[in-house]
Design a protein around this ligand. Structure first.
Ligand code: ATP
Ligand code: MG
Length: 219
């Protein structure tokens, strides 16, 4: 059995056409189903549905050989090429957005940075944000949140946020503006490294099909 881990919501929405093009056909509507394990038309391939931030963990420990995860999640998980048993062969080019620093309209971020002010940063991406600001030499207090980051500056919890931005309309609706990009984001196919060694003949054709489908969708 080969197990592919992915999350409902944006990743599944955008991965579905790609998986279909790669010949991976779930036996049930994965978005609607309450089942967490979903078979596919290939009896040797199944899908497990997990939280987006749990995908790297399933793949790292080999509970899933393959996974689809956002680069944001991988950065925060601390995954690098060859690190922690994860291998990231393919940028799928889906679920594209940017991880950004955003501030209330009128907050002079550049000036605050120049002055060496200590910034309170609210984010779900605490490790990634810590590395970003450390590299810039900006002193920060990090406040971990699990959702609705846009509220934090409005409620006086933080000066700035680090969050995903696509159109910017959510920021705009809350009188915030992106002032700096931390990283461009897209979804990646990740593979358990030891599975790739031991079960190469099984996994490589599947990885190649997903890779080809991703390349065709981008073209
Ligand atoms: P939950 O919503 O269950 O708390 P989540 O926010 O991690 O979890 P999603 O909102 O589906 O789940 O996001 C999953 C992934 O999709 C993110 O890790 C990111 O890579 C990508 N993503 C999130 N928001 C956007 C966006 N606005 N545009 C493009 N991709 C996005
Ligand atoms: Mg979300």
């Amino acid at each position: 059995m080969i197990t592919l881990a992915l999350s409902k919501g944006r990743i599944l929405d955008e991965a579905q056409p790609l998986l279909a093009a790669a010949g991976i056909a779930p036996l049930e509507d994965s978005e609607a189903s309450r089942k967490l394990i979903i078979g596919t038309r290939d009896p040797k391939l199944r899908i497990v549905v997990v939280r987006a931030s749990d995908v790297p963990t399933y793949v790292q420990y080999g509970a899933a050989e393959l996974g689809i995860a956002g680069k944001d999640v991988l950065l925060e998980h601390g995954a690098h090429w060859g690190d922690r048993g994860l291998y990231q062969p393919v940028d799928l080019g889906i679920a594209r957005c940017r991880l950004c620093v955003a501030v209330p309209v009128g907050f002079d971020y550049a000036k605050a940075v120049r002055r060496g002010a200590r910034l309170r940063v609210a984010t779900k991406y605490v490790q990634t944000a810590r590395e970003h600001f450390a590299a810039k030499g900006v002193h920060v207090d990090l406040i971990q949140l699990y959702g609705s980051m846009e509220l934090a500056p409005l409620a006086g919890l933080a000066d700035v946020i680090v969050d995903l931005v696509s159109s910017g309309s959510t920021l705009k609706a809350n009188n915030l503006v992106a002032v700096e990009e931390v990283a461009p984001i897209s979804a990646r196919l990740i593979v358990n490294q030891s599975a790739l060694k031991v079960r190469r003949e099984e996994l490589m054709p599947l990885i190649a099909r997903i890779e080809d489908a991703a390349a065709a969708l981008v073209a």
